[in-house]
Design a protein around this ligand. Structure first.
Ligand code: ATP
Length: 434
């Protein structure tokens, strides 16, 4: 088994080489807080978000969507409790001057960077929110914060959404978007960054149904990752201990993934009770409750909160595979077709006519239905290997017989099996395979 560093480096290198993920500001030496998603990374990240939206919004009659603002005034964060308690315990090493999160230290007395014992400072609480100023003057009263989670947008719009969408509890509001946290120690590639994307849903329920729905969402969210191809043995649910619970939560469990460095959070599912709506009602003066014909209550909230970029890392790590084929190493991303950047690659066997024209026609006919890559460079073997590394589930090859039999070869990624299919049937055939 390779070391943790080697396992991560293999995936990080593939991500850079093939255009999944680049370190941000690479030409300036790289900016450690953020990453850029390249031509295939942007496709895969969109697919992760689409798969979440499909399961959380499209397939459900009880959940609607929202896209709220990223900037908000201090009053919001005062009410939510983030100004007071959205912080991590920060310790400095007096010897090597590095900074660490105290709750992540293996030995609370020893610096994880230089190994010196007894040189860590007392922990101080460090607020993770990014602050900036609205308008031309950086003055008191103009402060605004970049949201550290998307959730508050759902609470603030609770009344407006409920009225406009004509919903009543139990119902949910879902949102995908960027969040920002001034993490003390970003790291492990896109696992922990200062700018990242979240997929969150706030599910409003009658108070006496909160535990039932909490358990329901735990299972739903675990199953979502399994359905998209992460093996069961790489996933687990872990309930938070009482001293781990956030300021708002009475029950929380994490969906954890087995990263190369061990089990870690993939998604948090929290029973937030009536904390948020009550706090925003008290601070804003708005009435945030449900008024039924003969009932009135402040709904309790179950929140499944996932990271889109972190989920993409988990899908990449779980899909990465190496095997030996005819004496050569083959690297393959065994991604679910719903997540793969391209579903189909169209490859003319040679760059000669009429192969390329036919291949282009086939690619054009498939594009409305699939994300298609067209590639006519290099030997066919190398092009298959490249598609394997991109996780493309099907390659369609136009060869010298195509002109005679009007058929193409469809090669499947995992088994590398090949099938001859008439061109007019290719699209339906591929759709039936995905
Ligand atoms: P951690 O304990 O890892 O700091 P958290 O418990 O603070 O995470 P939540 O507030 O529950 O995280 O956020 C929900 C989800 O958002 C996380 O499960 C994760 O997938 C994602 N997430 C949170 N912080 C980051 C980050 N800095 N970079 C990437 N994804 C993040």
């Amino acid at each position: 088994m390779n070391s943790i560093e080697e396992q991560m480096a293999t995936v990080v290198n593939l991500c850079k080489r093939r255009g999944f993920v680049f370190q941000s500001a690479d030409i300036y030496g790289g900016f450690r807080s953020a990453y850029d998603f390249g031509p295939v990374g942007v496709l895969m990240l969109r697919n992760v978000k689409q798969a979440w939206w499909h399961s959380m919004v499209q397939l459900r009659e009880d959940v609607v969507g929202l896209d709220a603002a990223i900037l908000s005034p201090p009053a919001v964060w005062e009410a939510s409790g983030h100004l007071r308690s959205f912080s991590d315990p920060l310790v400095d090493c007096r010897k090597c001057k590095t900074r660490h999160r105290e709750d992540h230290l293996k030995d609370p007395n020893r610096c994880p960077s230089c190994g010196t014992a007894g040189e860590l400072t007392e922990a101080r609480e460090f607020n993770l929110m990014f602050k900036t100023y609205a308008g031309p003057v950086a003055e008191d009263g103009a402060e605004v914060y970049l949201r550290p989670e998307t959730a508050q947008g759902m609470f603030m719009n609770y009344n407006l959404v409920m009225g406009a969408a004509r919903k009543r509890p139990p119902f949910g509001i879902a949102q995908i978007g960027k969040s920002f946290r001034n993490e003390i120690t970003p790291g492990n590639f896109i696992f922990r960054t200062r700018e990242f994307e979240q997929m969150e849903m706030e599910y409003f329920v009658p108070p006496d149904e909160a535990t039932k729905w909490y358990e329901y969402w735990l299972q739903e969210r675990l199953d979502w990752y399994k359905d998209l191809g992460i093996p069961s043995e790489m996933l687990r649910l872990r309930a938070h201990e009482a001293d781990e619970l956030s300021h708002y939560s009475s029950q929380t469990a994490d969906v954890e993934f087995l990263y190369p460095w061990g089990w870690g959070e993939l998604e948090g599912i929290a029973n937030r009770g009536d904390y948020d709506l009550t706090a925003h009602a008290a601070h804003s003066g708005a009435r945030l409750e449900y008024q039924g014909e003969d009932v009135s209550y402040v709904p309790h909230v179950i929140e499944p909160a996932a990271g889109a970029t972190r989920a993409m890392l988990a899908f990449l790590l779980a899909a990465y595979d190496e095997e030996e084929v005819r004496g050569e190493k083959r690297t393959v991303l065994r991604l679910d077709p719903r997540l793969a950047p391209y579903q189909v690659a169209v490859l003319p066997l040679s760059r000669k006519e009429p192969l390329t024209s036919t291949a282009r026609e086939v690619a054009t006919s498939l594009r409305p239905y699939f994300m298609v890559d067209y590639d006519e460079t290099q030997s066919i073997g190398r092009r298959y290997r490249r598609q394997d590394e991109l996780g493309t589930p099907f390659c369609v090859t136009v060869d010298f017989e195509t002109a005679d039999d009007n058929s193409v070869t469809v090669r499947e990624r995992d088994e590398m099996s090949q099938k001859r299919i008439p061109i007019p049937e290719v699209c339906d055939f591929l759709r039936s395979c995905m």
